[in-house]
Design a protein around this ligand. Sequence first.
Ligand code: SF4
Length: 323
Amino acid sequence: MISELLKEFAVRQLTEKPKYPKERHWPSDVAKCLRVLVYQWRGETGLTPEARLFFVLSDGETHHKLIVQQLERTGRIEVVMKEAPLKDKERNISGKLDALIKFNNRFYVLEIKSINRYGFDEIIRQGPNEDHTIQLQLYLHFVKNTYQIDTQQGILLYKCKDTARFYDFIIDYNENVVQDFFEKLKIVEEHLRNKTLPERQYERTDWHCRYCEYRQTCWAGIGQTAITDLSQTELSSVLGELLDIKEKRKALEKDEEELSTLIKIQLENKGISEGTIGDYIVELKEISQRRLDTKKLEEHFKEQLQPFYKTTSFKKLDIKENL
Ligand code: SF4
C-alpha cells in the first residue's frame, strides 16, 4: 500500500528534473560507456529509470555522510573537507568530494562506496573496482590542483550494506590515469561536434547494456533481428558465447562444490556444527529428505503404475565445439 506511494515518489524524483542534456562532465562519467555519455549530452530520452535506483542513490548518500561523521567521532581522524565542490572550468568538469581527511599527519582523499555483499566479497577477493579507483585519482588531481593541498594517496573505503562490514584500500596518485580520463572526455566532445556516435563498447548481452537506459535506442533494429536472419558469423559468435557461459557455470559449480566440501570437512574434523569464522557465521546442519523410491514402486506395482506417468517434452539445445 504505502510502498506504492514510495515507488511513485521515487519515479517523480527521478523524472521531474531531467538531468540531461548534460551541461558538465562529472567524475562519475569514468564508469560510463562513451556512447551513453554522447546520448546524455545530446539529451536523448532513455528508458524511465527503475524507482529503486532513487533509493539506492539516496541510501548511498546517507551512508557516506554517516560514515564521515563516524570517522570524525573516532577522534583519530580530522575531516578537513566534506562534500567539497570540485570544478575544472577549462575542461568543464564538476563534482563533489566525499571527504578530505587528515590521519597520522597525512592528507588522504576519501572516497566511500556502499555495495551489496556479493560485490563486497568480490572486492575483497579481486581488489578495488577500476572505475572507483579512477574516480579517486580524479579527486586527488583536483585536491592537488584546485585546493593546492599536497595529497599523494587516497583511501577507497567500501561498506557492505547487508552486513555493515568495511574494507579499505590505499591508492597512490597516478597522473596518467587522470590524463586518460581527460582524453576520454575529448573523444566524447569530438563525437558531439561531428554528430557521430562512438562504437558500442559492449556486446548486447553484457551487463552494461542489459542495465543501460539507452539500450533500446542503442540497439534499435539490431535487437529485433529474427534469429533466422542472423548471419553465420553472428550466430557462431552467439553460440560461442553461450558455450563459454555454460563452461564457466560448470567450473563455478565445481568450485562451489569443492569449497563447500572443504569447509564441511574442516567443521566435521573439529566436531563443530555452528560457529563464527572471521566475518561469517557458519552452520552445518543434518538435513534428511523423504522421497518416494520410484524404482521400488515400479518393481511392486509394475504395469499398474503406467497410467500415473505423465509425459512432458521440451527442446534441449546441445552445443559442442567443431574441432
Ligand atoms: S546499450 Fe551498451 S553499448 Fe549501447 S550505450 Fe548502453 S552500454 Fe553503451
